[in-house]
Design a protein around this ligand. Structure first.
Ligand code: TYD
Length: 136
């Protein structure tokens, strides 16, 4: 199974302001089909709580900080994204939750597929069963 991992992005430190960038099929290990962002998250809220059959994700904390918990049905890993030059790659088939958003944080997400409601698994018990049966 492919593991989630943090990828350190290029950073051009400059007294005028820093610059970072991402390229598909380079830092992002898939072709980008979709970009969306999560913002104005009220204190204490979490987002996600689902897995994808096909969609791979690449998540950046463009501003502020938050934590991404990824779970393969056996083990959980917690990643803190608190710099805009870190990207978290989440392969398909992992349960993921985003939580502990700091005030005014901005989560930018790239996806490898167009939005498809059928690609989601939203029930954790169903996810665990699918994992046991090798269906995700
Ligand atoms: P959802 O993926 O459930 O959000 P999260 O995982 O952060 O809790 O998406 C919330 C709503 O936004 C959902 O009802 C459908 C819509 N949506 C789109 O239409 N296109 C998209 O690319 C995404 C990510 C969501």
């Amino acid at each position: 199974m492919i593991e989630p991992k943090v990828i350190t992005l290029p950073k051009f430190a400059d007294p005028r302001g820093n610059l970072s960038f991402v390229e598909q099929l380079n830092h992002i290990p898939f072709e980008i089909k979709r970009t969306y962002w999560i913002y104005d998250v009220p204190g204490g809220e979490s987002r996600g709580g689902h897995a994808f059959h096909k969609n791979e994700e690449f998540i950046i904390a463009l501003s502020g900080a938050f934590e991404v918990v990824v779970d393969d049905g056996k083990n959980k890993q917690r990643f803190t994204l608190n710099r805009s030059y870190y990207g978290l790659y989440v392969p398909a088939g992992w349960w993921r939750v985003i939580e502990n958003f700091s005030t005014n944080s901005l989560a930018l997400e790239f996806g490898s597929t167009h939005y498809d409601v059928r690609d989601y698994v939203r029930d954790y018990d169903e996810f665990l069963k699918m994992k046991q049966n090798g269906e995700i």
